[in-house]
Design a protein around this ligand. Structure first.
Ligand SMILES: Nc1ncnc2c1ncn2[C@@H]1O[C@H](COP(=O)(O)OP(=O)(O)O)[C@@H](O)[C@H]1O
Ligand SMILES: [Mg+2]
Length: 226
């Protein structure tokens, strides 16, 4: 059977002021369904670039990305967008919650944008808020939430459309260590209970070690960090 996610020999460079920056230089890595993987690496090593490619937000210059055997970048742009919407949930360092909506509405937003039934979407959003321990904050707006609570809401929102793969880019980067550990505990729980495969970029080596598999981005390559 094909692997859940196979990244093969991916290259990606940026061009800035006529200068070429080779960021990903032949990245190959295979991730199986249900894995929970951390990715560490120095600032500027290409972690976000890697997550953008894996998240199909950005196409590589060379190499391939296969999800369960399907070569994603061979699909049309519309097909890639539909695939991404169906398959991948994102959490970033900043929560990007919409300030004028409640926590509940923010969680439900991906479903509302996809024009799914409003009542069942709000019900699912309520369940997800409960899962992240924030039922009592459902009616709060982002300005009325702490940093850790905002990230929990962002995680619930990322789960709204039942992704197979969760990609988190330094989700604890703006949080104090204890709050960050709470987010990681939640990621472990979501991975275990929902069977969601996840890749979590983190600066925090201890948090990275708390996840079952550790990768490192270095010299444009992804290597085992264990
Ligand atoms: N849009 C861009 N244009 C030019 N250079 C970029 C762009 N995005 C990132 N870079 C450069 O690519 C390198 C990798 O960036 P990034 O993937 O954000 O690293 P990390 O997430 O590990 O800190 C850095 O040197 C960064 O300056
Ligand atoms: Mg980054």
């Amino acid at each position: 059977m094909a692997a859940f996610l196979e990244v093969e020999n991916v290259h990606k460079a940026y061009f800035l002021n006529g200068k070429r920056i080779d960021v990903l230089r032949g990245v190959s890595v295979t991730i199986e369904k249900g894995e929970l993987v951390s990715l560490i690496g120095a600032s500027g090593s290409g972690k976000s670039t890697f997550l953008h490619v894996v998240g199909t937000l950005d196409a590589p210059a060379a190499g391939s990305l296969r999800f369960q055997g399907t070569s994603v970048f061979d699909l049309s742009d519309a097909e890639v967008a539909a695939f991404r919407n169906r398959t991948i949930g994102f959490v970033f360092q900043s929560h990007y919650l919409l300030p004028e909506f409640t926590a509940l509405e923010n969680v439900a937003m991906p479903a509302l944008i996809s024009r799914l039934d409003k009542k069942s979407s709000l019900n699912r959003a309520r369940e997800l808020l409960e899962r992240v321990g924030l039922s009592h904050r459902a009616e709060h707006r982002p300005g009325e939430l702490s940093g850790g609570e905002s990230q929990r809401v962002a995680l619930a929102r990322a789960l709204m459309l039942k992704p197979d793969l969760l990609l988190a880019d330094e989700p604890t980067g703006n949080l104090d260590p204890a709050t960050g550990e709470g987010i990681h505990a939640l990621l472990r729980e979501v991975n275990k209970d929902l069977g969601i495969t996840a890749v979590v970029v983190t600066h925090n080596v201890e948090l990275a070690r708390s996840l079952p598999r550790q990768l490192r981005l270095t010299d444009g390559q992804v290597v085992s960090a264990a």
